[in-house]
Design a protein around this ligand. Sequence first.
Ligand code: SDX
Length: 393
Amino acid sequence: QTGKFTYDPGFMSTAACNSAITYIDGEKGELLHRGYPIEQLAVHGDFLDVCHLLLKGDLPNLEQKREFSELVTKHTMVHEQMQFFFRGFRRDSHPMAVLTGCVGALSAFYHDSLNINDARHREVSAIRLIAKLPTLVAMAYKYNTGMPFVYPLNELSYSANFMRMMFANPCEEYKINDVLVRALDRILILHADHEQNASTSTVRLAGSSGANPFACVAAGIACLWGPAHGGANEAALNMLEEIGSPERIPEFIRQVKDKQSSVKLMGFGHRVYKNYDPRAKLMRETCHDVLEELGLHDEPLFKLAMELEKIALEDEYFVSRKLYPNVDFYSGIVQRALGIPTSMFTCIFAMARTIGWIAQWNEMISEPDQKIGRPRQLFVGQTPREAKPIEQR
Ligand code: SDX
């Protein structure tokens, strides 16, 4: 019994930590952040409201919202020297490689917020990371495309600022499209935090040694990149493009079911959800709404994804293994509609998840008896034996 939630003793013994930030019920397909169901946050909040909720414990009132938004806005620029890190990368480097390196490099610039035992320093680090990730992600995209970097424009909202840094160029006026900005804000909310997933556990373990928060978030970005985790949104879109048309779905499903093949239905399945991921449902709705508003209701990839989902959810292989769409199944199609290229999808995921990582890091460091993490193992190797000189080996 932990307050309002009861767990069976077996589960309690495997839990990595206590946390009050996010609650998931995998069987029911429920996700709550500090007690608020994700469905309500997706409708009522904007992303910075959710950042305030995850970091400080509740949704902001008007005055708190103004203050928090002003604080984040003040930190959107990165040190001018940061741009030279980009020049060290090949232009065709994967943006996640660039982001991992540049976020880690923030440790070299912001010494005045590195005393992790000081709650104020921890909050300033969190604000800096929330504020600078969009700037670095947009810079990674601009570098990749050979276009000039665009500085933040602080009169804009968080998501509008990001869209402008991504797509504006000095030769013409950039017009903010509110449909795209609202959709991006929804995507960021749906990716903000998710309990002890692999990348959050990476950030916690790195942070437990006392490493600085910028380095810990860089470790989280590296873990998120994997196709079994955050890299799945890029892989899911590539999979849909490879399938190409509904007629080819049966052959694809056959390959997935073939024990000899390593083909997976990317964007399906989850370590915790053995029911529909509530974020996938909201992402599909966002996808539908954005495509409708943009006059793209016949978007072939969206129709293909829905047909693939329908067939899979009626197929014994997926039903018996409780495999449902997860947050990554539809997110690539929405991002594509926003003009974001496939190679940037996981960077968007990292930008959103930064608040989850840093809120969980802060929660852990704030614990009075916080100790370094030290997972143990079952040793399955050699029994003790004697080393022989090389002539006798
Ligand atoms: C994220 O943890 C989080 O909260 C992560 C995340 C977050 O917000 O942080 O939600 C974000 O990472 C979502 C997951 C994104 N990854 C993918 O979509 C990649 C495809 N999915 C699979 O790799 C897999 O489903 C995992 C890794 C997500 C979960 O793996 P599990 O739960 O450990 O499942 P498993 O490997 O034990 O598989 C059980 C069975 C196996 O078949 P059998 O050996 O029993 O015959 O289901 C099969 C698997 O082969 N299976 C799949 C499948 N996922 C599992 N078969 C085909 N396609 C899939 N996607």
